[in-house]
Structure formats: C-alpha cells, structure tokens
Design a protein around this ligand. Structure first.
Ligand code: ADP
Ligand code: ADP
Length: 228
C-alpha cells in the first residue's frame, strides 16, 4: 500500500454527528496521529479507515481503489487493527489469540511459518514469555501488548491503533512508540489515536486534530501543534 485517502466521510447516528465530513491522506512509511477530546469521533474514524464501519457518505481509498471494492480477505491482509479494549474473551491462550491475527494467511491448518510469525510478533512487544498464559491472567498493559502482537502477526501494511498507550506505564509507552517508529521506517503506514500532544509531536509525520466529528487541523505536527 502506497497511499490511503479518506474522502468526505460522514457517519451520523440518530442524535450525533460522529464524523461530519473528514478527509485526509497518508503515505507509505508515515505515522498519522489522530487527536481530539472524548467523543470527537476518533474511534469511529479509525473503524472507518480499516473498513469495519462503512459510512453512509464518503469513501476510503487504498491506492486510489475504493476499500469497499477490495475482497474481504485481501482487505484483512492489508489492515492490522488494535481496538481500545477487548469486550469479551474466553479461556484462550496468548499464543492461540495472537494466531487469530494470522487468519487471513492460514490455509487449512497453521504451518511452522505461522508459528514463527506469532513468536516474532510476541517478541516485538516483549511478550514472548507469556505465550502459554491465558488472556484472563494478563494485566491491562500486557493485554494491550498482546492485542498489538495479534495485529502484527497478520503482517499488515497499515496498522491502526485506538489509544494504544492508554493502559501502558511510561516505560511501555516509550517502547511502543519506538516500535511504531521502527515499523514505519520499514514502510508500514501507522494510524493511531493518542491524547498526549508531546508524544504525537515527537512521533508523527501527520497530525489530525478532531473536534465534534470535524477536522480542526490536518498537516505536519510543526504546523498543526504549537509549542505554547
Ligand atoms: P472518540 O473515539 O473520539 O472518543 P467516538 O468515535 O467513540 O469518539 O464517538 C464519537 C461520537 O459518536 C460520540 O458522541 C459517541 O457517543 C457517538 N457514537 C459512537 N458510536 C456510536 C454508536 N454506535 N451509536 C451511537 N452513537 C455513537
Ligand atoms: P469503547 O471502545 O470506549 O468501549 P465505544 O467505541 O464502544 O467505546 O463507544 C464510544 C462512545 O460511543 C461511548 O461514549 C459510547 O457510550 C458511545 N456508543 C457506543 N455505542 C453506542 C450506541 N449503540 N448508542 C449510543 N452510543 C453509543
């Protein structure tokens, strides 16, 4: 994937304009941070970008092609999504859970290569020693890192993270942001919502400021975020 373009997207619920005309574009190797207060529409926008949520109005283009014309399995290989939290999970091991991230790649049964990918992903978030644990046994921060590993196990070209630093202590926040930098240097497109402006300033190539479903500003951090 060379370029993602979001064009004039609107998502309205009964009484709320969750997204009210948002456009943006982002290229290979760039990091986009989406910033805004609670209810600004960040989560909704991220779910639109990875195709989970189809807006009534507007389209997302992946290399000039509408995301809604891409077969589901191909789209699933392109996007890795890290939700803000997991709403429910059973007695599943970390290993099996991260393996679910390989679903678009797996044939009948997982192969040695799939197994290696799972461990590589766990290693990237320093969770390789937790493979046999169940999700229930993890702390909030550990679960967050496992969610990221699941997304990375799918070898996505576009990684979308919804407030990924929320449950992490400072050390792990720094590690995550460093990992994001490494991945984007390798050519990944990274799109994430954040609320720490300093972190956004440091890590992003583009920033999207949102409020009440609208774009307040979009561009390079030095032009969008002032130091004062
Ligand atoms: P953020 O991630 O910036 O906090 P959200 O995208 O979660 O914002 O929400 C944007 C607005 O849309 C909020 O007012 C929220 O209550 C509303 N909203 C989100 N999802 C739904 C939904 N499924 N049904 C109705 N309203 C929703
Ligand atoms: P989270 O990921 O933090 O659990 P969601 O993305 O599910 O939150 O929802 C974000 C916001 O949208 C919340 O404020 C929630 O109350 C609101 N929301 C979600 N679903 C609905 C819905 N079906 N109707 C009204 N508001 C909703």
């Amino acid at each position: 994937v060379i370029e993602i373009e979001v064009k004039d997207v609107k998502v309205y619920y009964k009484s709320t304009k969750a997204i009210d005309g948002v456009s943006l574009h982002i290229k290979k190797g760039e990091v986009l941070c989406v910033i805004g207060p609670n209810g600004a529409g960040k989560s909704t926008l991220l779910r639109v970008i990875n195709g989970i949520l189809k807006p009534k109005i507007g389209t997302v283009y992946v290399d000039k092609r509408s995301i809604y014309e891409i077969p589901h399995k191909s789209a699933a290989k392109i996007f890795g999504y890290v939700p803000q939290k997991l709403h429910s999970f059973g007695m599943i091991s970390v290993y099996d859970f991260v393996m679910t991230g390989r679903k678009p790649h797996i044939g009948l049964v997982p192969t040695k290569a799939d197994d290696e990918r799972v461990f590589k992903a766990l290693k990237l978030v320093n969770m390789e020693n937790f493979a046999e644990r169940t999700l229930e046994e993890l702390s909030g921060g550990e679960l967050q890192r496992v969610l990221i590993a699941r997304a990375l196990a799918g070898e996505p070209e576009v990684l979308i993270l919804d407030e990924p630093t929320n449950n992490l202590d400072l050390k792990h926040q720094t590690e995550l942001l460093n990992l994001v930098k490494v991945l984007s240097n390798e050519g990944l497109i990274v799109i994430m919502s954040l609320h720490d402006l300093t972190q956004a300033y440091r890590i992003s190539d583009k920033v999207l400021l949102m409020n009440k479903g609208k774009v307040v500003a979009f561009g390079e951090p030095s032009k969008v975020l002032r130091a004062d």
